[in-house]
Design a protein around this ligand. Structure first.
Ligand code: IMP
Length: 429
């Protein structure tokens, strides 16, 4: 059985949590392949808001197995806090429902300290990170000085790893004028946590490969979005992991042949948190309206999100990079009440027309979107369960997005509740 990859097709916050939550109904195994507690999925279940940062949203469905792959970086305190919060609402979170990769790298207090020190030293050039230590943790993994969950099993080895990491990172922290971090408390904290972590640790690649071989349906859950990918995104205003669908295989530890459908999540408009170019940004009342109606505030940091019109050139780029087989179009209801709605269908830059997002940093900040204007609709959409239930202008919008992006629409989300969905194509066929 080939799995389904869920990937953000924009700058993150596309509503992946709700789509994963829905697809998890028909999946057996839900696995995260990259990122860390920088992600935040807000889910509304029975009118109650639940925010998950690390644990896949499939955990809300009893009987499903969830896993956090080796491609993720995990703050053990944040992870265990989340586990406890889920247990507190009556969910079973143990080895029968959750596995954390023993090969995943730890996010340590020193990583958070470095993230903060760097951002404050960067002044106006800051990235606007989530401050969760994600960049420094990935750097340490690549620099071969990281600490992995498997390392917790041997206290002497663990101490040596933490010491070597702190030796180098404290040089940088003090160079930035920040306080160095001590090794002792970090090692003690990790040794204190390891008995609680140990039952959840395992080989995620093996779990998924064996599950797929036995016919289980696997959902690969991406975090952030394509335009935040460290190689393909709006560099340097990106996160530090590879967010694209191809990394689902490596970030879990299976071969790419196990991946099947790739569903790109896109809002009916665009948002971005943090700094960096955003061609269709609306710096006006309309942008404020989208923020207010769409509740566009970061699930992790609470920061207001920048808002703008749907950007099809960027979406086409995401479609190509990820090999999207379907789109999940979210938050269509937020556009209700506008007289007209706009979609950027191309860019103009230095007298030329561009149909995809160019790589040059100047280009991406200087491009002028070319808009198509469509009639709006005034009706609320929350009760629609089929395309035919939508007002004709909203239906025309959905059809136009599919046409312009070249990707068929598999799902439309029309409200924050779990049931507020129009399903056109079932994820596992
Ligand atoms: P970092 O991942 O915390 O290093 O942040 C790097 C960039 O990615 C910043 O612009 C963040 O706002 C953005 N970012 C990281 N995680 C998310 C997310 O889950 N949603 C939206 N933006 C994110």
């Amino acid at each position: 059985m080939r799995g389904v990859v869920i990937v953000g097709a924009q700058w993150g916050d596309e509503g992946k949590g709700k789509v994963v939550d829905h697809y998890a109904l028909v999946a057996d195994l839900v696995v995260r392949y990259q990122g860390g507690a920088n992600a935040g999925h807000t889910l509304v279940v029975g009118g109650q808001k639940t925010v998950l940062h690390l644990v896949p949203s499939g955990i809300l469905h009893p009987g499903k197995m969830c896993a956090v792959g080796p491609g993720c970086v995990v703050d053990p305190v944040a992870f265990l806090d989340e586990v406890e919060a889920l247990r507190a609402v009556g969910l079973t979170v143990d080895a029968s429902s959750l596995m954390l990769s023993e090969r995943a790298h730890l996010v340590l207090p020193v990583h958070r300290a470095l993230d903060a020190a760097r951002e404050s030293a960067a002044g106006p050039g800051r990235i606007g990170t989530t401050g969760r230590g994600i960049g420094p943790a990935y750097e340490d993994a690549v620099a071969r000085r990281g600490v992995r969950f498997a390392d917790l099993s041997d206290p002497d080895y663990l101490r040596a790893r933490v010491e070597a990491l702190h030796f180098e990172r404290n040089l940088l922290l003090t160079g930035l004028g920040a306080a160095p971090q001590s090794v002792g408390p970090t090692v003690e904290l990790l040794l204190e946590l390891r008995d609680r972590l140990a039952p959840l640790l395992g080989d995620v690649g093996r779990l998924v490969a064996e599950g797929a071989a036995a016919g289980l349906r696997v959902l690969y859950e991406g975090a952030q979005g394509t335009l935040l990918d460290v190689l393909h995104g709006s560099y340097p205003y990106v996160t530090s992991s590879s967010t694209v669908a191809a990394n689902a295989a490596s970030g879990v530890g299976v071969g790419p042949g196990l991946l099947g459908a790739v569903i790109g999540i896109t809002k009916a408009y665009c948002t971005r948190v943090g700094a960096g170019p955003f061609p269709t940004e609306l710096d006006d009342m309309l942008g404020e309206r989208l923020r207010a109606v769409g509740h566009e505030y970061g699930a992790t940091t609470g920061r207001p999100r920048r808002c703008g019109w749907l950007d099809v050139p960027a979406l086409r780029y995401a479609a190509r990079l990820n090999g999207l087989t379907g789109l999940a179009l979210t938050k269509l209801d937020v556009l209700s009440g506008l007289e007209t709605v706009r979609i950027a269908v191309g860019y103009r830059w230095r007298g030329q027309r561009w149909d995809e997002l160019p790589a040059e940093p100047v280009a991406i900040t200087e491009v002028e979107p070319i808009y198509e204007t469509l009639p709006g609709w005034s009706e609320p959409l929350g009760e629609a369960r089929a395309l035919a239930d939508l007002p004709s202008a909203a239906r025309a919008f959905v059809e136009r997005v599919a046409e312009l992006s070249g990707v068929p629409v598999a799902l439309v989300s029309v409200g924050p509740d779990r049931e507020a969905l129009i399903e056109l194509v079932a994820p596992f066929g």
